[in-house]
Ligand binder design. Sequence first.
Ligand code: PEP
Ligand code: MN
Length: 362
Amino acid sequence: MQTVEQTMKDTAGKAWAKRPLIISGPCSAETEEQVLQTAQRLAATGKVDILRAGIWKPRTKPGMFEGIGVKGLPWLLQAKKQTGLPTTVEVATGKQVQDALNFDVDVLWIGARTTVNPFSVQEVADALRGVDVPVLIKNPINPDLELWTGAVERVARSGIKQIGLIHRGFSSYGNTEFRNAPMWHLAIEMKRRNPELLLINDPSHICGRRDILMDVAQKAIDLDFDGLMIESHIDPDNAWSDAKQQVTPEKLAEMLDNIKWRHETAEEKEFITALEKLREQINHLDDELIQLLGQRMKIADKIGEYKKNNNVTILQTSRWNQILDRAFKKGDALGLSREFITKYFDAVHMESINHQNKIMNS
Ligand code: PEP
Ligand code: MN
């Protein structure tokens, strides 16, 4: 006779092995009612493999909802009993690991704000020694693959066999389309280095908003991720945390229905991944070039102001020849043709002059 615990362990093991692996549930456990209802509605879709909920929430600012704490763990256990869904929660300390295990949480995950800190990761890893539980490790907040790898190594050294990665994007300063820039090439590189590890994408924390979740989820599947973690709430607008990015269980099911699940041959997959990686590198370099051009024009504006205040003409031919000469020399060394350098600098120069003109005539 199998014990109930053993049966649940088998269920969790099966869920872990399923592809695509779909993890969903609220950002935070809020009330018993909310956890149970979310779990039931997610289970009813038949599309979710593991139920997630944040119990302890590392928040950017104090005073935000910091999680319901241990009190929420029995709710999750109850949700598991009612739906048969294995559960996963975020752990950041040794005590949280103990508490989660005491309430039969099936999978643990380490959050982005924890992965950045080797002291915390080590504390979690130490608490995991001798325990047989799958652990998912989110990428660190900053784009640093060594730090992510370090967390994987710490957890692996504590004896954990089932380790997975969650790509949830990287923080960058200023407003972008995303809450956390995906920087896909980093996830792809992490997978290349660790082909044996499960790799899940978390569109919710990448997007920070509902309207682009589907695009990011589809992209992840196109890039051959092993699954998705998407936040779901019975009343998203009134969620106590991450309200803008959560979707109802039914909306989640609709999204999952609309994703094109690709079935390429191994060679096709390899080709697409390699090509995507190179294109992503190009995109990054282009982004940087545009940033730099923007900075260059800001300096041109300053020069414009100086010229205006000192009655100097905009075009000074000797200076222009000097710029081109320098560029030819550098370009020669890098294999850039003089024809290209000339065209490129002409365009940049025209833009500079337009900027200066605006300043001088203002
Ligand atoms: C979360 O999953 O709710 C969470 C806090 O995510 P992250 O660690 O990616 O910010
Ligand atoms: Mn969240």
